[in-house]
Design a protein around this ligand. Structure first.
Ligand code: X2X
Length: 377
């Protein structure tokens, strides 16, 4: 009898020990599979969908592909990002991208600040006419206090900013006439992205702006339903703009940085090691993509960076020469003409600085002077 009691006590103990073993084993498995830093440790998706406005052959598209490749490599295939080019996840409605990522309908985006501005009005800073007019100023803002304020605003809207990329300084092209002063813009039908600041700028300049998604723009150039458009050199090359427009005005009137961003809830649930790897991939892809867009426009700097750091010998080293070879006539408004343009768009500045925020505008001015005004970044 005593022996039986002893026996069953021993059996009970064995069961308990194997039960504890089972629990320990499951915990270990959870830690290995789920990682130990994430909030939820939720299962990873098979594919993370990334919104990209333009096509895969643009420098912007190549940057997005690079990001996907680097993420796969750095996470040893645990995270697979798939770029969806030409705003296909949005049926072309490029201005909805931030909203869709914030809601989690799309996981992430390699997106223009212009297309993100409907949710983050501070991003209209880069479209303020003739404000950020060279690479040095742009870099100072991105690295400075204003850039930090914009990224913090994104966090508040459930968007996790990972790195800056670039589309470039926006230049005007058209099929009608050389543009060198405000008078030349009168009644010119210019395709612009449907962001209200663009309509305001071109109306103030006396042009006739027509808002249209990028997905419809090239057809509009082909069918001549518009006379002109404005986009950076990188896009002009990709769509071979010389097929439609003979005249280009290089006036750096606005700039178009890109941001690589992720839905913040989804981001927060990633294990720490994955966060680190994706962030690093974004920084490298952003650097690569920026250099593609600047190649041949900043002396040898970006061409050499691409060669040395990314082992990429960019085929197009003289983009402006190429436009000329293709028969385009390039005008570069001088200081006094730029002043005349600035005078015309003064009401646009007065209207949009309060929308962007006096604080962000002021911080950008300080950043450009080299005084970041904030020791934080
Ligand atoms: O629509 C445009 O003009 C483009 C491609 O430059 C943007 O996505 C802002």
């Amino acid at each position: 009898m005593n022996f039986q009691i002893l026996q069953s006590a021993e059996d009970e103990m064995k069961r308990t020990i194997s039960g504890i073993g089972f629990v320990v084993a499951m915990c270990l498995l959870f830690i290995v599979v789920g990682g130990c830093g994430g909030k939820s440790g939720g299962a990873l998706k098979k594919e993370y969908r990334m919104q990209v406005t333009v096509g895969p052959t643009t420098y912007w598209g190549m940057g997005a592909a690079k990001f996907a490749e680097l993420v796969k490599q750095k996470t040893s295939g645990r995270i697979v990002v798939k770029p969806y080019f030409g705003s296909q996840l949005l049926k072309g409605a490029q201005l909805n991208s931030a909203q869709m990522v914030a809601e989690g309908a799309i996981d992430c985006a390699f997106e223009s600040t212009i297309n993100t501005a409907p949710m983050i009005p501070e991003m209209n800073l880069f479209t303020l006419p003739f404000f950020v007019n060279n690479y040095e100023n742009l870099d100072k803002i991105e690295k400075g206090a204003a850039g930090g304020m914009i990224f913090r605003k994104m966090l508040k809207k459930n968007l996790m900013p990972l790195a800056w990329g670039e589309n470039g300084f926006r230049q005007l092209t058209n099929s009608k006439k050389a543009v060198g002063s405000p008078d030349d813009l009168k009644h010119l039908k210019v395709r612009v992205v449907g962001s209200p600041i663009f309509i305001d700028i071109f109306r103030a300049l006396g042009a006739d702006p027509v808002n249209m998604n990028w997905g419809d723009a090239v057809t509009a150039f082909q069918q001549k339903t518009v006379d002109g458009q404005e986009n950076p050199v990188a896009i002009l090359l990709a769509v071979q703009i010389w097929q439609y427009h003979k005249y280009a005005c290089f006036w750096n009137y606005a700039v178009d940085p890109l941001v690589i961003y992720w839905n913040k809830d989804e981001w927060d649930a990633f294990p720490d090691d994955i966060k680190k790897q994706i962030k690093q991939a974004a920084i490298e892809a952003g650097e690569f993509e920026k250099a593609l867009c600047r190649a041949g426009l900043d002396g040898d700097t970006s061409i050499n960076l691409l060669k040395k750091k990314f082992h990429y010998d960019i085929p197009e080293k003289k983009p402006l020469e190429l436009l000329k070879e293709k028969g385009m006539r390039i005008t570069r408004p001088g200081k006094s003409e730029i002043e005349a343009f600035k005078k015309k768009v003064k009401p646009v500045m007065d209207k949009w600085i309060p929308i962007i925020g006096e604080d962000v505008y002021g911080a950008a001015l300080k950043d450009m002077l080299g005084n970041t005004g904030s020791p934080r970044r």
